[in-house]
Design a protein around this ligand. Structure first.
Ligand code: ADP
Length: 459
């Protein structure tokens, strides 16, 4: 990652330097060209008007040559040097691209490397007006060394190199810090995933940042917490099932032991065998219950058109004797019939489970225990509400009660530790409700009571 960042930064800097240097060099050469063209035009003009006064022309050429820091030659139309500011080529013939072009009436310039030095060479034509015609009498050739320009380019190059190196180092340093702060939370998450895979369920990552990574950390911590909760539910589920299976097994063994010791009458045998039968029935029921709960995920619904009020009535009829035996009164608010499509038996099973819990978790301290049942409806949905004034559920436990194997084993219930259960009932209820694409919610106040709501969409 760092390598990619560094390469991008270096390439960007290099490109930037090349463009800046190239532009600077071009601008400087162009300015030099303009300056020398102006001088060449002045020389050509002065020569045209004073060509007879060769001494004046010589002085003028030398003075402009010095001023422009360049060599100035005046050539006639036969390419012969008439004036040379260095006084060397006078009388010689010179031929080059610039002169040829100027003798055809054009201005021309070019840069060359002569004996290892950069030279700018340009020429302008000397044009005389004869009546209406124009005549090319010769050309002014100027050549100047570009040393100044190139030394300026080199010094700019050095400055840019220094600035670039410094900026590059700062950029790399900042990139390193940024990359580190970006990868740190990912490294922590990676470590946390390793911890989870090693079995440390519930392992949490310290919150770092509030962006996407922060959200990822939150989700991870939530997942980790849920995994721990599921694991602890699983353990307590296995615990309570083992306990429930062990109790009848111990009883059976004790009964068999007492039958094998001593002489028992046939009547005693019969009684003991009846007890053993009852224990095996209890065990059978427990195993059926377990199997049902496990199979529930695969069940298919037998959907028929039903009246929810009718199903509710059936369930209440079944639970009423048990409720009355436990001093819990049931109040069903009068409702109209509600025709829906559902699996009648499964919905009855779910309602029975909820009603069974309301009796099981009644508050023995309260004088009056009651269950209130109602069906509320509007145009889009119906709500079946089952409310009790039982023990209630602590806020922290509310999100867990629908998990398989979860039981509230706090002091409130321990006092009533004779309450039987395996923590499966509500998970079955939830599965049935969700299979119908309905919803179930719970609201409860610890010590005051609970309210279970089944939401049935009507559209
Ligand atoms: P079980 O009743 O076998 O323990 P459930 O899945 O039916 O299992 O219920 C899970 C837990 O939710 C119970 O252990 C109990 O603590 C709590 N609970 C369920 N219904 C009620 C209720 N009506 N009032 C108070 N607590 C309840």
């Amino acid at each position: 990652m760092l390598l990619i960042y560094s390469t991008i930064i270096i390439l960007t800097f290099a490109l930037f330097c090349i463009i800046v240097l190239d532009n600077y060099e071009n601008i400087r050469i162009r300015n030099e060209e303009i300056r020398l063209f102006q001088t060449a035009n002045i020389v050509a003009d002065t020569y045209k008007r004073n060509r007879e006064d060769i001494i004046l022309i010589n002085t003028m050429v030398k003075s402009y040559g010095k001023q422009a820091n360049a060599r100035i030659l005046i050539l006639d139309s036969e390419k012969e040097v008439i004036v040379d500011s260095f006084n060397i080529y006078v009388g010689d013939k010179i031929d080059n691209k610039e002169i040829r072009s100027s003798l055809q009436g054009n201005t021309k310039s070019g840069t060359y490397v002569l004996e290892g030095r950069n030279v700018l060479q340009l020429s302008v034509p000397i044009i005389s007006d004869i009546g209406n015609e124009k005549r090319i009498d010769g050309a002014v050739l100027i050549s100047a060394l570009l040393e100044g320009t190139f030394s300026d380019v080199r010094s700019l190059q050095n400055t840019l190199l220094q600035v670039s190196t410094l900026s590059l180092l700062i950029a790399l340093f900042l990139t390193l810090i940024a990359a580190n702060s970006l990868t740190k939370p990912i490294r922590s998450l990676n470590h946390a995933v390793e911890q989870l895979s090693l079995g440390h369920l519930g392992y949490r990552v310290k919150k770092q940042g509030s962006g996407e990574i922060g959200k990822l950390i939150d989700s991870f911590n939530e997942m980790s917490g849920k995994l721990r909760q599921i694991e602890s539910n699983r353990k307590s589920f296995i615990n309570s099932i083992s306990h429930e299976l062990k109790t009848p097994l111990t009883a059976i063994r004790a009964l068999i032991d007492s039958l094998t010791i001593g002489e028992s009458s046939i009547q005693t045998y019969k009684e003991y065998l009846e007890d053993i039968k009852q224990e095996t029935i209890r065990m059978g029921q427990l195993v059926d219950y377990l199997l049902n709960s496990i199979k529930l995920e695969d069940i298919s619904l037998d959907m028929t058109v039903e009246d929810l009020e009718d199903i509710l009535e059936d369930a209440v009829k079944l639970i009423r004797p048990y409720a009355e035996k436990n001093n819990v009164s049931i109040h069903v608010r009068e409702t109209e019939s509600l025709i829906i499509k559902c699996d009648r038996n499964k919905i009855k099973e779910a309602i029975l489970n909820l009603l069974d819990n309301t009796v099981k978790y009644k508050d023995p301290v309260k004088k009056q225990n009651y269950i209130r049942i109602s069906i509320e409806r509007n145009r889009t949905e119906a709500r079946l509400v089952i409310e009790d004034n039982g023990l209630g559920i602590k806020r922290d436990d509310l999100s867990n009660i629908f998990n398989r194997g979860f039981r509230v084993l706090d002091s409130g219930i321990r006092e009533n530790s004779n309450i039987e259960g395996y923590g499966i009932g509500l998970s079955i209820v939830k599965s049935i409700i969700e299979k119908h694409n309905w919803e179930i919610f719970v609201d409860s106040i610890y010590g005051a009571g609970s309210k279970f709501i089944i939401r049935v969409p009507l559209r």
